[in-house]
Structure formats: structure tokens, C-alpha cells
Design a protein around this ligand. Structure first.
Ligand SMILES: [Zn+2]
Ligand SMILES: [Zn+2]
Length: 336
């Protein structure tokens, strides 16, 4: 079977290897859907190599069909369609034993140097990490559950508020749809007019180009107040931080979930303190949030067809990365 090793930035090596041997408690999943994430684009371009070292078999967003099971399984059976929960918690550290698995200090992550990911035809996965999808689910979209979980962890608890979502790429779009489902008024901000058109179709209440110098006025006249409760940043840089610290209300919340180009940005601490702003980082998701996301993809709270720009065969990973970069595409999925 095919296994794709990302050896060095942009250099994929295709290996023909035997299918993995299962350990007790594992399922063999035939991969049918792998999402290309910003992480894979970073490694492709040689960025953030300290956080995302190569070589690796990438692909943390994936799902497929269960082909074999070793050991007892109540959750899944052979032939089931599954989305794979790609985090493995140690189960014994302070966080894991206090219901805070997401902060596990020894967490492993599929698709990194720690554990091979979905960029191969078949993969061994712990049974507990396989989340069953319905029989008639279009399996090519199974990998979408992961980025939706990232969005769910970021904004899933924000309700009945005025929220800015800065950066409507695929995760930003998912944040938009989740925020709408929770009775928020959503202002989508981006510099890509194409993305803003999609945000409008996904029922953003107001869409604004970040470059629009009248955007603050437009927000105020739309909200009939200047109270932006939350700014969720799925893209940000210095300019974004300077803007949101101004635009959020007193006691407002800023949530940062993406990696900025540079890890070191400046913050106007006087505004931050004077307005008693809360700022929090957001990474990963719990199993519960992942399960909720399975449901949101299946019940079409999430518009899979809008979030996925294009699909490529697994073997065209390089073409898919090039396409995503050149077209600033939303989600690009590899299928098998
Ligand atoms: Zn991802
Ligand atoms: Zn742990």
C-alpha cells in the first residue's frame, strides 16, 4: 500500500509498504479522506519547523472505512465509516486525571513525527479514537470533522453575543456557522472578497473587508451599539491585534486560535488593562467537542460543500498543496 512521507519542505516520497499490523484494541482504517491543514502548508513552505518538524507522515484530519478490528469493540464494526479523533492523551498526568485531557503534557498527535497520520492508504488507529459516521454519510467529507472541532472548541461556548470572526478560511467559516447556530450576531472579516461572498452565503450578519477604512463605523451602525463582545481570530497579525483591542467592548473577549507569522507581537497593554479585556489562546478540542462536530457535519449545521473547495486523489498531494496556496482555497481534501 501507498505511504507518503513528507521528507523535507515540498519533497514527498512515495513508499510501497505492507499494511500495518494491528495491536489489541486497534482498528485498521482504509483512509478515504485527508484534509490539508495550514500545518501541512507551513511544512510544505518550510515554516514553523520548530513546532512542526519533518520528516513525517502527515494528515491529522482524516477518516475512512474500518477494514479490520483486533480485540473487543462495542463502538464500531468492520465496514463502518469513521472520522478519526487524532489526539492521544496519556491518561495519567494531572490534566488527564482532572478532566482536562486537552492540556495533557504528553499528548500525542496523529500526522506528526510522534504518530504517522492519514497520508497513507491504511492506518492502525485505537478503536476509541474511531467515531462512527452514519451509513449514508459521504465519506469524502469525513476529514472535515477535525477542523470543525477546532472551530467548535474556539467559539462553541459563545452564545447570544456580537462576535467578530477575523479570517474566514475553512475554520473561520466553521466558526461562523457554529456561532450562528448559537444565536450570535456574526461579523465576518477577511481581505479575500471571494471568502467574504461565501461568508455571506453562510449567513454572516455582516461581512467586511479588513482593508475597508469605514469598517468600524459600519460595525457600529449595524449593531446599533459599539458593543462587540467577542473577537475570534482564525488569522491575525500585528494589525489585527491593534484593531481588535480597539473594537471589542469593555470586558470583551479576544480568542486567538491561529499561529501568526511571527510569534512575537506587541499588545497595547494600557487598552488591554483599562478595558479589562480577556484574551485566551485556543488549541485542540476535547473528545466531546469532536463528537459534537461529527453531529454538526452530519446534520449539515456545517455546509460541507461550501467549506471544501476541491478534492484531489491522495497521490496528488503536491498538486493539492500548490492549488491551495495559489488559490487561497478553503479546505482541500485528498481522497482515496
Ligand atoms: Zn488541521
Ligand atoms: Zn495526560
Amino acid at each position: 500500500m501507498l505511504k507518503i512521507i513528507h521528507k523535507s519542505p515540498g519533497n514527498f516520497v512515495f513508499e510501497d509498504v505492507p499494511k500495518p499490523e494491528l495491536k489489541n484494541g486497534e482498528a485498521l482504517v482504509e483512509v478515504k479522506s485527508v484534509g490539508i491543514c495550514a500545518d501541512e502548508i507551513y511544512t510544505y513552505q518550510g515554516k514553523h519547523q520548530d513546532i512542526l518538524p519533518l520528516p513525517a507522515v502527515e494528515g491529522h484530519e482524516f477518516g475512512g472505512i474500518v477494514k479490520e478490528i483486533k480485540g473487543e469493540s462495542k463502538k464500531i464494526k468492520i465496514g463502518d465509516k469513521v472520522a478519526v479523533f487524532p489526539l492521544i492523551f496519556c491518561g495519567s498526568c494531572y490534566y488527564c486525571t482532572h478532566g482536562l485531557e486537552i492540556d495533557c503534557g504528553s499528548m500525542n498527535y496523529f500526522g506528526t513525527q510522534m504518530i504517522e497520520g492519514g497520508m497513507q492508504e491504511k492506518i492502525a488507529v485505537p478503536i476509541d479514537n474511531c467515531l462512527k459516521l452514519s451509513k449514508d454519510f459521504d465519506i469524502r467529507y469525513a476529514s472535515l470533522v477535525e477542523p470543525v472541532s477546532v472551530a467548535n472548541h474556539t467559539v462553541g461556548k459563545v452564545k447570544d453575543s456580537n462576535i467578530i470572526i477575523n479570517g474566514v478560511g475553512s475554520i473561520g467559516m466553521a466558526m461562523l456557522e457554529i456561532a450562528k447556530a448559537h444565536n450570535n450576531r456574526v461579523i465576518a472579516v477577511d481581505i479575500d472578497e471571494g471568502n467574504l461572498k461565501i461568508a455571506k452565503r453562510l449567513k454572516a450578519d455582516l461581512v467586511l473587508n479588513f482593508r475597508d477604512i469605514k469598517k468600524d463605523e459600519k460595525i457600529k451602525s449595524f449593531l446599533k451599539t459599539d458593543k462587540v463582545d467577542v473577537a475570534a481570530l482564525s488569522f491575525f497579525n500585528q494589525e489585527t491585534i491593534d484593531w481588535v483591542i480597539d473594537i471589542v467592548k469593555k470586558h470583551g473577549l479576544i480568542i486567538a486560535m491561529a499561529l501568526p507569522e511571527s510569534n512575537l507581537l506587541k499588545l497595547n497593554f494600557w487598552k488591554f488593562i483599562e478595558k479589562a479585556i480577556t484574551m485566551r489562546g485556543s488549541i485542540g478540542y476535547s473528545l466531546e467537542e469532536f463528537e459534537e462536530s461529527v453531529e454538526m457535519v452530519e446534520n449539515e449545521t456545517i455546509s460541507a460543500g461550501e467549506l471544501v473547495t476541491r478534492m484531489f486523489p491522495l497521490s496528488e498531494v503536491k498538486e493539492a498543496c500548490e492549488y491551495k496556496i495559489k488559490n487561497n482555497a478553503l479546505k482541500v481534501i485528498l481522497t482515496n
